[in-house]
Write a protein that binds this ligand. Structure first.
Ligand SMILES: Cc1cc2nc3c(=O)[nH]c(=O)nc-3n(C[C@H](O)[C@H](O)[C@H](O)COP(=O)(O)OP(=O)(O)OC[C@H]3O[C@@H](n4cnc5c(N)ncnc54)[C@H](O)[C@@H]3O)c2cc1C
Length: 411
């Protein structure tokens, strides 16, 4: 079977490597002229780490990422609400890694070059259109700069071309616009002293104003410093998303004003923002869940299929889980069209649940409960919510996000 993959992001590279491991012929078509290490930090949930480990990159991942032992929630006054263990510390089968998107993509890209052969990866080729044929699919791609046209054929086409997917808009040309949450997110990566114990992620604030960060390089450096990936969020309102681009650099002065008094004895938020060389802005957007991802021999994967708010940093992990399931279906079903139907029957319900839970504030429920209980901070009278209550509020989110296996009764 010959499979064409549109997009060499984390989802596209993962599915290409998994199909190659199952003996299929794969070609990747990427719009960008070259693969550059872009983006800030993301979370690889334990289930996704297991999948990449099966591809043979477990040791490289351990070297690139930070093994996250807990997600610690704080209120807006820097008081700890809850410490929720993660990965191996939570008794899981695999670690949860915090990792920078760029080095992760480069790791998978180099592996794909080595295993598939450089001739199988075509950069500077943006998907333009497809036509299903009696057997397989006819595909047109165009160079974004020279406008040169390339035509190719495959048995299956997988659209792994991200939140602005051209494959998806070819399938759904109308009524599939970006949905704006009314929240803006700013992101950055900066060097600093180790945060807390050096292996915790933190989320602080309220639903209206939030600051999250996690280390993306260990404290093993000689100077003892860490690379920290952070994101700040503000409820700004408005129905129409402002310009959505992953790499939009912005002036940080308005952000510094909004977080001016977020200074605690364990973290100085304005100093962290101020010390960050490049601050990127991205509106918190998604798209409505789709009723189907597959039309004949063509399907969608990753952000192209289910763009989810970036607030949970879980897009990469979900793309890897899609890839595993799709690779298994294509291997086990005799008819590729049946395989794509089987794939979406399994993955649409889970990713839709995750997308909707992000809209319902997912893990931020913890911040909300604490704010309701003690809006001005905790004292002898006003206590943080009980652990059981917080577990219940986040349990389903953690299951669908792949943080814990669905059937694990211990969580
Ligand atoms: C430049 C960039 C920076 C990002 N930074 C962050 C971040 O800081 N934090 C975060 O949580 N998420 C970030 N993301 C999103 C994150 O990578 C995804 O949520 C997640 O990894 C799922 O990946 P994906 O492979 O589905 O999509 P993506 O990672 O978006 O990859 C899609 C790929 O398809 C390519 N492509 C686009 N259009 C076409 C086309 N017409 N034909 C062929 N190829 C095409 C893109 O160039 C890209 O390489 C970023 C994505 C990009 C592209």
């Amino acid at each position: 079977m010959k499979v064409a993959v549109a997009g060499a992001g984390i989802g596209g590279l993962s599915i290409a490597l998994m199909l190659h491991a199952r003996g299929m012929e794969v070609e990747i078509w990427e719009a960008a002229a070259d693969i550059r290490p872009l983006g800030s930090g993301l979370m690889l949930m334990p289930q996704a780490v297991q999948e990449l480990t099966e591809l043979g990159v477990g040791a490289e991942l351990a070297g690139l990422g930070v093994d996250i032992a807990a997600l610690c929630y704080f209120n807006r006054y820097g008081q700890q609400i809850w410490r929720d263990p993660r990965g191996l510390s939570a008794g899981g089968m695999a670690p949860q890694y915090a990792i920078n998107r760029g080095p992760l993509q480069l790791l998978l890209y180099r592996l794909a070059q080595a295993r598939l052969g450089a001739h199988a990866i075509h950069s500077g080729h943006a998907f333009e259109s497809f036509e299903p044929e009696d057997r397989g699919v006819y595909i047109r791609l165009r160079n974004p700069v020279t406008r040169a046209l390339t035509e190719t054929k495959a048995d299956v086409l997988i659209g792994a071309d991200g939140i602005f997917s051209a494959v998806r808009s070819f399938m759904y040309p109308i009524k599939d616009e970006l949905r704006f949450s009314g929240r803006m997110q700013w992101r950055g990566v900066t060097e600093c002293e180790p945060l807390l114990d050096g292996s915790s992620a933190i989320m602080a604030g309220t639903r209206r104003q939030k600051f999250s960060c996690f280390p993306v390089s260990g404290c093993g450096r000689q100077d003892g410093r860490q690379l920290l990936s952070w994101s700040a969020e503000l409820l700004t309102g408005g129905a129409i998303p402002p310009k959505a681009e992953w790499n939009r650099r912005v002036d940080k002065s308005a952000l510094l004003r909004a977080f001016a008094d977020w200074k605690w004895d364990w973290l100085d938020v304005p100093a962290l923002i101020d010390g960050t060389p490049d601050v990127l802005e991205f509106p918190v957007v998604d798209r409505d869940p789709l009723p189907r991802w597959s039309f004949g021999p063509v399907t969608l994967l990753g952000d192209a299929a289910h763009p989810i708010y970036p607030t949970g940093n879980s897009g990469a992990a979900q793309a890897i889980l899609d890839a595993r399931y799709l690779a298994d279906c294509l291997q086990s079903c005799a008819d590729p069209v049946d395989a794509l139907r089987e794939y979406e029957a399994e993955r649409i319900p889970d990713t839709t649940a995750l997308l909707l839970r992000h809209r319902m504030y997912g893990p931020e429920q913890v911040l909300h409960l604490a704010e309701q209980r003690a809006p001005g901070g905790f004292d002898a009278r006003l206590q943080a919510p009980e652990q059981d209550e917080l577990q219940r509020a986040t349990r389903r989110f953690k299951e669908v996000a792949g943080i814990y296996p669905k059937s694990n009764p211990a969580n």
